[in-house]
Design a protein around this ligand. Structure first.
Ligand code: HEC
Ligand code: HEC
Length: 330
C-alpha cells in the first residue's frame, strides 16, 4: 500500500516530463502538418508539377520553386517564359503558409491568391487563367481528380489555386536541429551553433526574424541603420500601400532552410550566408561582427534546416486529343 502511494506521484512526474514544454525563445518550433484532405493535396501536388499550366508547356511551379533545392531556384532572379529574366529573387515555398502575406511586397493575401499570379504573368508561365483551366478541363484524369476533391461542378481558376495552396500548406519543414534544441535536447546543437544563436538573439536579429518561420511575420525596412544600395528597381511594400513609410520595406524572409535558398535578399545580391549576415549586421543593427561571431551565426543558421518534404513524385494524367498543345516559342 505504501509503495503505491510513493509510485503515483513518481508516475505523474514522468508523464509531465513526457509533454515537452518548448524553451521560451523568440523562434518557435515548427509543428508537422496533419493532412485532412488527401485528395485535394494530391491534386494540388500534380498541378504544382504540371508544366502544361504554362504557355510553353515547359515551366511549372517547381521550375522556380524546386522542391529538390529547398523550394527555390538558387538563381539571382528566375528564368521565365522564353528565357526572360525575372525582376526579383524567387523566395522559397517551404513554410510559406506562415507568411503574413505573399510576395516580397505582400501584394497577395494568401497562397491561393498568390497562385493566380505566376500562371498569367507574361514573364513567368505566360498563360491566361482561361487557357490554364481549358487545358486542365480537357484532361480526363484531372476532371476525375477535381470531382473527387471538390465534388461536382465546373473546374475554374479558384479550384485550381485552392488545390495548389492545399499542397503548399503541407510543405513545412519540422524537426530541424534547432527545433530539437528548442524542445529540450541539449545535445542537438554544438557549442559553436549555440554561441551563434546567442549572438543572433542578443544582437537583435530576432526583433525581425522570429516566430516559427524565423521571419515572415512583418514588413521591415531594408537598410534601417545604413542604406542598402542595389540596382534592383523594386521599392517594396510602397507598391501596395502607396505610403512613403513603406518605401523599401520588404516582407522579412523566413530563415528556415536558409542554407539551401541562396542567393539572398530580394535582389539576390548576397551569394553566401556569410555575406548576408555581414550585411544584416551592419545595415539593420549597426554591428560589425568579428570573423568568429559571423562564423558562429552562420553555423546557427544552418541548424534551421528541417526535414524536407518527401513524397512520391506525382504521375501527371495524359493530355487528350482536345488538350491545347504547348507554344514554347511564342
Ligand atoms: C518563372 C519563375 C516562377 C514560376 C514559374 C513560379 N514562381 Fe512563384 N515566385 C517567383 C518569384 C520571382 C516570386 C517573388 C515575386 C515577388 O515577390 O514579386 C515568387 C513568389 C511566390 C510565392 C510567395 C513566397 C513568399 O515568400 O512571398 C509563392 C507561395 C509562390 N511563388 C508559389 C508559386 C506557385 C504555386 C507557382 C505555380 C503556379 C509559382 N510560384 C510559379 C517565381 C516563380
Ligand atoms: C529590422 C529588421 C531586421 C533585422 C534586425 C534583421 N533582419 Fe534579416 N532581413 C530583414 C529583411 C527585411 C530582409 C530582406 C531584405 C531584402 O531582401 O532586401 C532580411 C533578410 C535576411 C537574410 C536573407 C534571407 C533570404 O532568404 O534572402 C538573412 C540571412 C538575414 N536577414 C539574417 C539576419 C541576421 C543574421 C540578422 C542579425 C544580424 C538580421 N537578419 C537582422 C529584416 C531584418
Amino acid at each position: 500500500m505504501r509503495s503505491r502511494l510513493v509510485l503515483w506521484p513518481l508516475l505523474a512526474l514522468v508523464l509531465v516530463g513526457a509533454t515537452v514544454v518548448p524553451r521560451q525563445e523568440p523562434i518557435r518550433p515548427i509543428e508537422p502538418v496533419v493532412v485532412t484532405d488527401p485528395a485535394l493535396v494530391e491534386l494540388g501536388k500534380q498541378l504544382y508539377f504540371d508544366p502544361r499550366l504554362s504557355r510553353s508547356g515547359f515551366i511549372s511551379c517547381n521550375s522556380c520553386h524546386n522542391l529538390s533545392l529547398g523550394g527555390s531556384d538558387n538563381l539571382v532572379s528566375s528564368i521565365g517564359h522564353k528565357w526572360q529574366q525575372g525582376p526579383i529573387n524567387s523566395p522559397t515555398v517551404l513554410n510559406s503558409s506562415f507568411n503574413i502575406a505573399q510576395f516580397w511586397d505582400g501584394r497577395a493575401a494568401d497562397l491561393a491568391e498568390q497562385a493566380e499570379g505566376p500562371i498569367a504573368n507574361p514573364a513567368e508561365m505566360a498563360f491566361t487563367h482561361e487557357l490554364a483551366v481549358g487545358v486542365v478541363a480537357t484532361i480526363p484524369g484531372y476532371v476525375a481528380a477535381f470531382e473527387q476533391a471538390f465534388g461536382p461542378g465546373p473546374i475554374d481558376i479558384a479550384r485550381v489555386t485552392k488545390a495548389i495552396a492545399a499542397f503548399e500548406e503541407t510543405l513545412v519543414t519540422p524537426n530541424a536541429r534547432f527545433d530539437r534544441w528548442l524542445l529540450g535536447d541539449d545535445a542537438a546543437l554544438s557549442g559553436e551553433e549555440l554561441a551563434g544563436y546567442q549572438v543572433f538573439r542578443t544582437s537583435g536579429c530576432t526583433t525581425c526574424h522570429n516566430g516559427p518561420a524565423a521571419g515572415a511575420s512583418s514588413f521591415q525596412k531594408m537598410g534601417l541603420v545604413e542604406p542598402y544600395r542595389t540596382e534592383n528597381p523594386s521599392q517594396g511594400r510602397i507598391a501596395v500601400t502607396g505610403e512613403e513609410v513603406d518605401r523599401f520595406r520588404f516582407k522579412t524572409p523566413t530563415l528556415r532552410n536558409v542554407e539551401l535558398t541562396y542567393p539572398y535578399f530580394h535582389d539576390g545580391a548576397a551569394g553566401t550566408l556569410t555575406e548576408a549576415v555581414d550585411v544584416m549586421g551592419r545595415l539593420q543593427l549597426g554591428r560589425r561582427f568579428s570573423k568568429k561571431e559571423s562564423a558562429q551565426v552562420v553555423a546557427f543558421l544552418r541548424t534551421l534546416t528541417g526535414d524536407q518534404p518527401s513524397f512520391v513524385l506525382p504521375q501527371l494524367p495524359p493530355s487528350s486529343d482536345a488538350t491545347p498543345r504547348p507554344q514554347p516559342f511564342d
